[in-house]
Write a protein that binds this ligand. Sequence first.
Ligand SMILES: [Zn+2]
Length: 120
Amino acid sequence: MRVELRKRLKFEAAHHLPMAPEGHRCRSVHGHSYTVEIAVAGEVDPNRGWFLDYGDITREFEPIRLMLDHKHINDVPGLESGTAESLAIYIYRKLKGSLPGLLEVTVRETESSSCTYRGE
Ligand SMILES: [Zn+2]
């Protein structure tokens, strides 16, 4: 049987949006408590009764978290735009290949604003 698992992980970081229009409040450096939701899908192993250990998702994300946590996101090569879109794509590409059944990555900047990337 096929299942979908989701794991929410957090980090805190600063960013700004240099391409935002003049006067846009996000042109200024500010911070977010980011939530990243990583979704994977696959078949349940009938012997173990699970598809994947949630801890595997946490472990695969940890090097990425260490790169981003309490950093200025725009300083990370590939994340110069500082957007949630660039973060979701960046994290997806970093996890693809190492995390079985990767389905999508959602980056939430605030309670009401998030971006999901599912690959091409
Ligand atoms: Zn922001």
